[in-house]
Unconditional design. Structure first.
Lengths: 88, 369
């Protein structure tokens, strides 16, 4: 559960005030709503590092692609699917 | 070398391995802090590729492993209340409490839900105004900001039926507890990359200085881990003890200032009991006075009797780097992932589960000392 995964910011879906933003982020095809409050500098098209639904940093695109590749190889992407839908 | 072809960059891996073998002249014991790093080291067979002189021991950086029995019991107690929806990260459900685990309570009809994010729990509270939603908020510094943010979000949007049962733990005080143990064997640390994405590097300078122990902030991919090990051994061989950053692509010296500000806003540093290790002063976050209405312990007047730890489980010695999983007499026998005696056999980030899944063909390790 401690893994943080990079994803691409596709759109801003909610903006409550200056800092509170939410957006749609794609993790190699799997899309999730992500809170962007801690990465005010992130723009649409940027890659952000996401942990339990919150973006905690911005990432370089090339780096993000490499990390995806690695996570896919390692079978670590499943953490994104809420286990509720999967097996419980 | 059986896993080498799976690496994302085999040439780089081989190069780092060669360098590690070249620089190592003396025996060194290194601890990786983070359970994700343990998982990656074991799963990729890296432990078998390192020089014999290097012993990797596996630190306490698995929130599932260090959440004490008493807090699991609190979560179980809350889950059993008829008007409460208890939400948690999936791994926590199989961790044994003093009598049962959350999965068993769920099977008996309690409303226990697995969520990916604490922010989903706030949403769930909005959708169920006649219920109380409790998020079982475990985690290290990486996860605490998300848990804090869920409280900020609930407060901002007027959600009153939400609270968290906090079990937050902090890395630097745990490192000090380990280094201060008279039996300590650790020569150098690989610090947890994502923890430092939030907190930055500053906290580690006094520790490296005081204990003359190199600390290298390291990622969790095989190449990161090997580079982190190389940087640590290079320091040790030269007699240095610096804080270095291997994970520069995700870690800035000052960390994420907004995340740290959110932590400060909602939490206060408090004493925390670590499963297997015991109480470590000022090693966790609790919800502060200002936001106490979002603290499940206060909201539901929690006051359960302290629970005894399972004496058969040697997880404390493992997380302090004094023992390895294969030295536990219960490993793979009385204790297996389907029937865990202790928490490190539950999550794949726990050292025992990592060895069980990926290294069970290994022979029991020699005693470390
Ligand atoms: S094998 Fe089981 S009993 Fe032994 S230390 Fe690990 S979790 Fe505890």
């Amino acid at each position: 559960m401690c893994l943080a995964i990079p994803g691409k910011l596709l759109s801003i879906t909610a903006q409550l005030d200056d800092t509170f933003r939410q957006g749609k982020v794609s993790f190699g095809g799997i899309c999730k709503e992500v809170n962007l409050s801690m990465v005010p500098e992130a723009q649409i098209g940027d890659y952000v590092l996401v942990h339990v639904g919150v973006a905690i940093g911005r990432v370089d695109e090339a780096e993000a692609m490499q990390t995806f590749e690695y996570l896919k190889q390692m079978g670590e992407m499943e953490e994104l699917n809420t286990p509720e839908n999967k097996n419980q | 070398m059986k896993y080498l072809s799976e690496y994302r960059d085999p040439a780089l891996v081989e190069d780092y391995l060669k360098q590690i073998h070249q620089v190592t002249t003396k025996p060194w014991t290194l601890m990786e802090i983070c359970g994700g790093q343990t998982h990656s080291l074991v799963k990729n067979g890296i432990l078998d590729m390192l020089p014999e002189k290097i012993t990797m021991v596996h630190g306490p950086g698995c929130p599932v492993c260090v959440t004490p029995i008493s807090i699991i019991d609190e979560a179980i107690y809350l889950a059993k209340q008829p008007n409460i929806i208890l939400c948690s990260f999936g791994d926590m459900l199989r961790v044994p409490g003093s009598k049962e685990n959350l999965l068993e309570v769920k099977a008996m009809g309690a409303d226990v839900r697995i969520l990916y994010s604490p922010l989903e729990a706030v949403q769930l509270a909005k959708e169920n105004p006649d219920k109380e939603v409790v998020f079982f908020a475990v985690g290290f510094e990486t996860t605490a900001p998300a848990n804090a943010l869920s409280i900020v979000q609930a407060a901002q949007t007027g959600v009153k039926n939400y609270s968290i049962l906090a079990s937050h733990v902090l890395v630097p005080p745990a490192m000090e507890a380990i280094l201060g143990d008279p039996d300590n064997l650790i020569d150098g640390f690989l610090a947890a990359g994502h923890v430092c994405t939030i907190m930055g590097m500053e906290e580690y300078y006094p520790i490296a200085e005081k204990y003359k122990c190199p600390v290298v902030i390291t990622g969790f991919e095989p190449v990161d881990l090997l580079q982190g090990i190389l940087m640590t051994v290079q320091q040790l061989e030269k007699g240095e003890y610096k804080v270095e950053n291997q994970y520069t692509r995700y870690v800035q010296r000052e960390g994420n200032k907004l995340a740290k500000a959110t932590l400060e806003k909602v939490f206060e540093v408090s004493d925390r009991t670590w499963r297997g290790i015991g109480k470590i002063p000022m090693s966790g976050y609790e919800v502060n006075e200002k936001y106490k209405r979002y603290n499940s312990r206060i909201k539901f007047n929690l006051d359960l009797p302290a629970a005894e730890e399972n004496k058969e489980c040697i997880s404390g010695a493992i997380m302090k780097g004094l023992k390895k999983p294969l030295q536990c007499p219960n490993f793979g026998k009385a204790c297996r992932p389907e029937h865990p005696l202790g928490a490190p056999m539950v999550s794949s980030e726990g050292a025992c589960a990592a060895y069980y899944h990926y290294a069970s063909d290994q022979k029991p390790a020699e005693a470390l000392s």
